[in-house]
Design a protein around this ligand. Structure first.
Ligand code: ADP
Ligand code: 5GP
Length: 197
């Protein structure tokens, strides 16, 4: 696959992936393109179909998976999530650096593909902080919050295994974590800028 190297952001729900990614994309307009995943979960207030996710039903998504339309898919907290081949191709066609936000199952599946991204894990400083962030975000029911915390425990354990991620960023102070992410990607950002100029 040609063009800039994609970036996979992973880490527990509530760790701050979207916050960091949105800031990166805003401060580097015309550099990054988000791989818009499909999901069967309901949109949160403020989320837009086709921008944050392609919201779909389990039946339609399963048909797409059976059809070979997805490079990876996973069950997370009672819903299906997946990256379609078209989502990646859309970004590549625009010559942008593709950012994917996937869970740890997605990371494992993407490793079996040709995508060859930079793998970055965004981690909270502790489970207590994670729980507080998820509660304060006010997007989850108690049941989905508990499922996310359970998935977070598994994620935190697997992410610390050597070789899974290229870099693990602890999102304690947002400013500091953002700078770490931006500095990490600065060479790739520069390459995209040079191609465009
Ligand atoms: P994710 O995309 O990983 O699920 P979000 O980006 O939605 O996580 O962040 C979860 C919540 O935590 C949001 O309400 C966000 O504003 C907040 N948040 C993110 N990073 C920090 C941080 N460093 N300090 C405090 N709150 C944060
Ligand atoms: P949320 O519901 O909070 O948006 O996402 C829940 C989890 O699903 C997060 O860990 C997120 O990274 C993951 N996720 C989002 N899109 C995909 C996808 O396309 N594939 C996989 N495997 N996980 C995804």
């Amino acid at each position: 696959m040609s063009g800039p190297r994609p970036v996979v952001l992973s880490g527990p729900s509530g760790a701050g992936k979207s916050t960091l990614m949105k800031r990166l994309m805003k401060e580097h307009e015309g550099i990054f393109g988000f791989s818009v995943s499909h999901t069967t979960r309901n949109p949160r207030p403020g989320e837009e179909n086709g921008k944050d996710y392609h919201y779909t039903t389990r039946e339609v998504m399963q048909d797409g998976i059976d059809n070979g339309d997805f490079i990876e898919n996973a069950e997370f907290s009672g819903n299906l999530y997946g990256t379609s081949k078209a989502a990646i191709q859309d970004v590549i066609d625009k010559n942008l650096m593709c950012i994917l936000d996937v869970d740890i199952q997605g990371v494992r599946r993407i490793k079996e593909t040709e995508l060859n991204p930079i793998y970055i894990s965004i981690q909270p400083p502790s489970m207590d902080v994670l729980e507080k962030r998820l509660r304060d975000r006010q997007t989850e029911t108690e049941e989905s919050l508990q499922k996310r915390l359970e998935a977070a425990r598994i994620d935190m354990e697997l992410s610390s295994e050597p070789g899974v991620f290229d870099v693990v960023i602890i999102n304690d102070d947002l400013e500091r974590a953002y700078e770490e992410l931006r500095d990490l990607l600065s060479d790739e950002i520069q390459k995209v800028k040079e191609v465009k100029s």
